[in-house]
Design a protein around this ligand. Structure first.
Ligand code: F6P
Length: 519
């Protein structure tokens, strides 16, 4: 059976280039890779992130209060709920207007500053839940900062600095910029009322000048890109939507955690998806995967799964796979004899159909994830039309997988009287794989389910490939080179020192940059 249902969700994987016996063989591969034991190790709090000597326990972030999940023999669930309770209390104070700013006014805008996992997850969930406009401050680019601060009043704004380490250069620069924006308008004491933090490094939070009482902790056993269910996501989202809505999101994720942990592989949605991804990447050699939600509300889902890095913010008014599995060595440090990880990209349908689908239909083979929703958040029925706007959108969701799977033959085109010269152009080979995932609606609970399915799918792929999906050493080299450049810019500006210690190309570019700035 190539069709699975769980808790209102439907997964159809009948359009994969995999026969029933292929799937059976993939289960054997899972057995050989000790997939079940690895899943259990993760849930048991074993230090499976061996290069950083850490447990991987994002599942504890959404566990029910009475569940016992241990790291180093200590049940972490009570600590998780302590922070959740604190968030509930704080967000209610702000939302009700009881928490006032330095001048006694209630706070009505929230600016969340973060990067990578400290922002992409919250952005995805926020975009999925809201129906109005999302304001986005991208990067430390001063133009974007200026554009986005323009509509905000420091007197009524709460800044949430989100950083696991509280050292990330971009986030700390944005945080300092916003601190200056607040103190210039309201004085240095205003920080206590207008800035709060989410971090594992509470010492640095305090050093920055944020009251430790206004800090919301999380833990080393939460990877940055798996942190949306910690205070990283829960705080800004509770400020926006109220804690009860965010609690539903956590419940949706938790139900998938239980399903992933205990369901036999043949009915286990994240396991099936993970195994099929391994099949596509490592056996069929398809290097990419398109994530194609047929709902605009999921427009930030592909970037979150992709784990791209960009700092952003959203007002109260109002990316996981490539960093995890883009690895070149096994967990034991041995160079992989195969390619791991896939290039994820995507856009909501039908927008994508009018840009990159041509390549997917006739060019390279790119396995597609079609994600659809039965009930629209905002259905529109135009007068005199039986088919709603949502039906129109979903017609495409149902049609595209078949177009890719069946294609169109020259014989069919001939029978339609297509002229000979156009036949090669209008022929589609078909046999192009996709999965279809149909959600009942897109409420907070379903968004939690979707997040957890994809998080666990990434873990399954990593477990089969034998890599560490929970570290990200590849990001470090760029960071340390940027810091050398920063030092050079500093010494050139302050002491007029010429550029040295870089290759010819970088020296020339940097010199030019410094020269132009001086004009
Ligand atoms: O991109 C690398 C990374 O370390 C991510 O894993 C993390 O989410 C992001 O940078 C931001 O780090 P931090 O939350 O410590 O500021």
């Amino acid at each position: 059976m190539l069709y699975r249902e769980f808790d209102g969700l439907v997964l159809d994987y009948s359009r994969q280039n995999a026969r029933r016996d292929t799937v059976e063989k993939l289960f054997k591969l899972a057995e050989a890779a000790r997939l079940k034991q690895k899943i259990h190790s993760m849930f048991n709090g074993d230090r499976i992130n061996s290069t950083e000597n850490r447990s991987v326990l994002h599942v504890a972030l959404r566990a029910p209060r009475d569940k016992v999940i241990c790291s180093d023999g200590k049940n972490v669930v009570p600590e998780v709920w302590k922070v959740l309770d604190k968030i509930e209390e704080f967000s209610e104070l702000v939302r009700s207007g009881s928490w006032v700013g330095a001048t006694g006014k209630a706070l009505k805008d929230v600016v969340a500053v973060g990067i990578g996992g400290s922002f992409l997850g919250p952005l995805f969930v926020h975009t999925a839940l809201q129906t109005g406009k999302v304001c986005i401050l991208a990067n430390v680019d001063p133009i974007d900062v200026a554009r986005n601060i323009v509509g905000l009043d420091p007197e009524t704004t709460l800044v949430v600095v989100v950083s696991k380490t509280f050292t990330t250069a971009e986030t700390m620069l944005n945080a300092r910029t916003l601190r200056e924006w607040i103190t210039a308008a309201l004085g240095p004491k205003a920080v206590a009322k207008h800035m709060v933090a989410v971090s594992t490094n509470l010492t640095l939070v305090e050093k920055f000048g944020i009251d430790p009482n206004n800090a919301f902790a999380f833990w080393d056993w939460v990877g940055g890109r798996y942190s949306v269910c910690s205070a990283v996501g829960v705080l800004p989202l509770s400020l926006q939507y109220g804690f009860s809505v965010v609690e539903k999101f956590l419940k949706g994720a938790s139900i998938i955690d239980q399903h992933f942990y205990s369901t036999p592989f043949e009915k286990n949605i994240p396991v099936l998806l993970g195994l099929l991804s391994v099949w596509n990447v490592s056996f069929l050699g398809y290097p990419a995967r398109a994530i194609l939600p047929y709902t605009q509300a999921l427009e930030k889902f592909a970037p979150h799964i992709q784990q791209a890095s960009m700092p952003l913010y959203f007002p109260l008014r109002l990316r996981v796979s490539m960093e995890s599995n883009g690895k070149g060595v096994s967990i034991d440090g041995v160079r992989l004899p195969f390619e791991a990880g896939e290039i994820d990209f995507g856009e909501p349908g039908t927008n994508g159909q009018h840009s990159f689908y041509q390549l997917i239909h006739q060019g390279r083979v790119i396995p597609c994830d079609f994600i659809g929703v039965v009930k629209s958040q905002q259905p529109v029925y135009l007068k005199g039309e039986v088919v709603s706007n949502h039906d129109e959108l979903m017609s495409n969701f149902f049609a595209q997988p078949d177009a890719l799977a069946y294609g169109k033959t020259a014989e069919q085109l001939l029978s339609e009287n297509v002229s000979q010269n156009l036949i090669p152009h209008k022929t589609f080979t078909g046999n192009r794989p996709s999965i279809s995932l149909l959600l009942p609606s897109l409420n907070a609970y379903n968004v939690g389910q979707l997040l957890a399915i994809y998080e666990h799918r990434v873990a399954v792929e990593g477990f089969i490939w034998g890599i560490n999906s929970f570290d990200q050493w590849g990001v470090e080299l760029g960071k340390s080179l940027a810091s050398q450049v920063r030092k050079q810019l500093n010494s050139s500006r302050t002491k007029g020192e010429s550029v040295k210690g870089f290759n010819f190309s970088t020296t020339a570019l940097l010199s030019r940059y410094l020269e132009v700035l001086e004009i």
